[in-house]
Write a protein that binds this ligand. Structure first.
Ligand SMILES: NC(=O)c1ccc[n+]([C@@H]2O[C@H](COP(=O)([O-])OP(=O)(O)OC[C@H]3O[C@@H](n4cnc5c(N)ncnc54)[C@H](OP(=O)(O)O)[C@@H]3O)[C@@H](O)[C@H]2O)c1
Length: 257
C-alpha cells in the first residue's frame, strides 16, 4: 500500500512543488487550498506524470473550522490512512509598526497559526488511532527573532514553531514524528513583491530539500545553509547589536511598506 500524505496550501508555491515531489516518491495525495481550479489542474498534472498514484482534492479555507474539518475528513477517508500531514498554507505581508495593523495581523494569525494548528490537530487525531504518522509544519526562518515591519508574520511563525516543538516531545513515544521546516527566501507568489531576497531558491529546489528533511524525520530544518547560519548568529547576538543591524536594513528601504 502506498503511503498517504495531505498538503494544505497545495495550489501554488512550495505546496504545489512539494505535492509533485511527494507524488514522484510514491505518495497518494490529498490536496487542499481555497482555489479548486488550481488544485484540479495540479491533480491532472500529477495523474499524467505519475499514473500509479492516487490524488484527491478537497478545497477549503483553513480559517473556516467546519470547512477544514469536512475537507480533512473527506481526504483521510478517501486515502484510507494518513502517514504524512504537511501544514503549509500560509500568508505573509508587511505590518510596519508605525500604523495600526490589527486587521492584517489578525488575518495572518488566523491562517498561519489557527488554521495551521487546526489542520495538524485533525491529522494528529487520525495518526493517534493508527499509532503512527508524521506531522510537518512549514514555519520560517522569520520565526526566530522579530524582524522589522513583520510583527504579524514573525509572531505567527514563532507561534507555529513552538507549537510544533511542544507536540514533538509529547508525540514521540506515541509513534508520531514532528518536523518544523524553516525556509529562507523562496520565489513564490507570496514573495513576488519582496524587494530584497538574499540566497533566493526556486520552489522546486525548496520542495526537494523539504522532502529530504521529511524522509530523514528531522526535528527542525532550516535552509538554505547561508540563511540558517545567519539565523544562528542572530539568535545569540545581544539585542542592542540586533537592533542596530536591523535598523541599517530599514534605512536602506528594505522593509518599507
Ligand atoms: N516563500 C517564502 O519565501 C517562504 C519562506 C518561509 C516560509 N514560507 C511559508 O511557506 C508556506 C507556503 O508559502 P508560499 O511561499 O508557497 O506562498 P504561496 O505560493 O502564496 O502559497 C500559499 C498557499 O497557501 C494557501 N492559502 C493561503 N491562505 C489560505 C487559507 N485561508 N485557506 C487555505 N489555504 C490558504 C494558498 O492557496 P489558496 O489561495 O488557493 O487558498 C496557497 O496554496 C507558507 O506557510 C509560508 O509562510 C514561505
Amino acid at each position: 500500500m502506498s503511503p498517504a500524505a495531505i498538503i494544505t496550501g497545495a495550489s501554488t508555491g512550495i505546496g504545489r512543488d512539494l505535492s509533485l515531489v511527494l507524488a514522484r516518491e510514491g505518495y497518494d495525495l490529498g490536496l487542499t487550498a481555497r482555489r479548486e481550479d488550481l488544485l484540479l489542474a495540479l491533480k491532472d498534472e500529477i495523474s499524467g506524470r505519475y499514473p500509479d498514484g492516487k490524488v484527491f482534492v478537497a478545497p477549503a479555507d483553513t480559517t473556516n473550522e467546519s470547512d477544514l474539518e469536512a475537507a480533512m475528513k473527506d481526504l483521510i477517508g478517501k486515502l484510507g490512512r494518513l502517514d504524512l500531514m504537511i501544514a503549509n498554507a500560509g500568508i505573509g505581508y508587511p505590518t510596519p509598526a508605525w500604523k495600526n495593523n490589527w486587521p492584517d495581523i489578525k488575518k495572518i494569525l488566523e491562517v498561519n497559526v489557527m488554521g495551521a494548528i487546526h489542520s495538524l490537530e485533525l491529522a494528529k487525531e487520525a495518526m493517534l488511532k493508527q499509532g503512527a504518522g508524521h506531522l510537518v509544519g512549514i514555519s520560517s526562518v522569520a520565526g526566530f527573532r522579530g524582524l522589522p515591519a513583520s510583527s504579524g508574520y514573525c509572531t505567527s511563525k514563532s507561534a507555529l514553531t513552538t507549537y510544533l516543538e511542544s507536540i514533538r516531545i509529547d508525540l514521540k513515544p506515541l509513534g508520531i514524528a514532528v518536523t518544523s521546516i524553516h525556509p529562507g527566501y523562496i520565489a513564490t507568489p507570496m514573495t513576488k513583491k519582496n524587494p530584497y531576497m538574499p540566497f533566493l531558491l526556486s520552489p522546486e529546489t525548496a520542495a526537494r530539500k523539504i522532502s529530504r528533511a521529511i524522509r530523514r524525520k528531522k526535528a527542525r530544518y532550516l535552509f538554505p545553509w547561508q540563511i540558517a547560519l545567519l539565523v544562528r548568529i542572530m539568535r545569540v547576538i545581544p539585542d542592542s547589536v540586533f537592533d542596530w543591524v536591523m535598523s541599517l536594513k530599514k534605512q536602506k528601504g528594505v522593509f518599507k511598506d
